[in-house]
Design a protein around this ligand. Structure first.
Ligand code: B12
Ligand code: SF4
Ligand code: SF4
Length: 310
């Protein structure tokens, strides 16, 4: 007979050893998780185009190769911002890449390995879960929402990456609570004032995602930036850090920067020209793969545009 408490204890112990944070939630809450997002869609508070684009996350259908999903494991791993460097006309241009963009796939593989080592020897299975992770993180008590709609974890602020895994582990432990906003936000509106696009509203909590710079700079490369976005507002290679940089809850982590990829004049030129990833020199392609930047490679020519015009 497997001692389920021991498994939970082992999970908590290993999280601590690694400097991660995590929670276990019973799978019975899956319909509530879906409803947490759907109710805003039904109330017509989410932009229809935006909702359609991300529907697979919102109306997620678990797809696993074991018989029964009994629990969800959500893990938060601290992650820094990175500095990418480009060379152009003998000038060095440095651009930030916010947390969560680099090493995405590597971190998912690490989380699968981390949890497999705990659950597999006891006969339980796991599978990667694609669902609304911020809602789950806050519902589980792992994180709290900032007014900017980003989730914050004690110690690492918003500088962390979330990963969720389904399991057939029949948890007794169940973490489920009301959605919480950080106490600090009650007396603060720095992010609302700093956001140049008005995406963080003053009349409601829910982000106006369709206005967020990130929404536009993650879009496929053939979609140009809308006229409403002033080119001087761009501040990252992909994503946007305005509302995280100004946040007092990020005071301890805001200067946590690691080196990202550096591209020579020749490489920068090829990237700007939209050279196909497979036609790049082997060394350049390897660099992009090494940093796990492949998923964002396509958006680079458009996103670099505003930084090279001046
Ligand atoms: C769609 C999406 C986007 C969209 C929309 C963002 C959004 N706020 O919805 C766009 C492209 C704009 C985007 C931007 C960013 N994203 Co994004 N995104 C996602 C994705 C795919 C789904 C998120 C989602 O469920 N949105 C739907 C909305 C409705 O959910 P929600 O934001 O949690 O909203 C809840 C609250 O508003 C709450 N609520 C409503 N009223 C009230 C009132 C109160 C008082 C309270 C407390 C709560 C509350 O109810 C809502 C539903 O539960 C996830 C990946 C995933 N698997 O989860 C990544 C993800 C959430 N994104 C992430 C990141 C890093 C970002 C950016 C920070 C990227 C960057 N710029 O560097 C920005 C942040 C923009 C912002 N201010 O929110 C991370 C989260 C990291 C973190 N620390 O929280 C995720 C998990 C990706 C990852 N694996 O790392 N993203
Ligand atoms: S800037 Fe202020 S209001 Fe915005 S998330 Fe941070 S603490 Fe909350
Ligand atoms: S990521 Fe940028 S555009 Fe989006 S809400 Fe934050 S500050 Fe505004």
């Amino acid at each position: 007979m497997v001692d389920k408490n021991k498994i939970v204890q082992n999970f908590n112990k290993r999280l601590e050893e690694k400097g991660y944070k995590g929670k276990i939630v019973s799978a019975k809450h899956i319909p509530e998780l879906r409803q947490d997002v759907r109710k805003h869609h039904e109330a017509k508070l989410l932009d229809p185009e935006f909702y359609k684009e991300y529907i697979s996350y919102f109306e997620f259908k678990p797809d696993v190769d074991f018989t029964e999903i009994n629990s969800l494991f959500i893990i938060s791993v601290p992650q820094p911002q990175y500095e990418a460097i480009f060379h152009r006309n003998n000038k060095k241009i440095s651009l930030f890449i916010p947390p969560t963009y680099l090493y995405g796939h590597k971190l998912i593989d690490q989380m699968i390995e981390f949890l497999s080592e705990i659950l597999k020897p006891e006969g339980y299975n796991i599978a990667y879960a694609s669902l609304p992770q911020k809602t789950l993180a806050v519902r589980s008590g792992l994180a709290e929402y900032g007014r900017n709609n980003i989730t914050y974890v004690p110690g690492t602020g918003s500088f962390h990456r979330l990963t969720t895994l389904y399991s057939d582990f029949p948890t007794k432990e169940d973490n489920w609570q009301e959605l919480q906003m950080m106490d600090m936000c009650k007396e603060c509106s720095a992010c609302t004032r700093k956001c140049p696009t008005g995406a963080i509203p003053t009349d409601r909590f829910l982000l106006r995602a369709e206005r967020c710079i990130t929404y536009h700079n993650e879009h496929p490369p053939e979609i140009p930036f809308p006229q409403s976005i002033n080119p001087t507002w761009h501040n990252c290679l992909v994503g946007c850090l305005h509302c995280q940089k100004v946040c007092p809850a990020n005071k301890k982590v805001i200067n946590w920067t690691e080196p990202g990829p550096e591209f020579s004049e020749e490489e920068t030129k090829l990237i700007l020209n939209g050279q196909n990833l497979d036609q790049l020199p082997m060394e350049t392609k390897k660099k992009i793969e090494q940093y796990d930047l492949v998923d964002y490679y396509e958006v680079l020519p458009r996103n670099l545009g505003p930084f090279f015009k001046t």
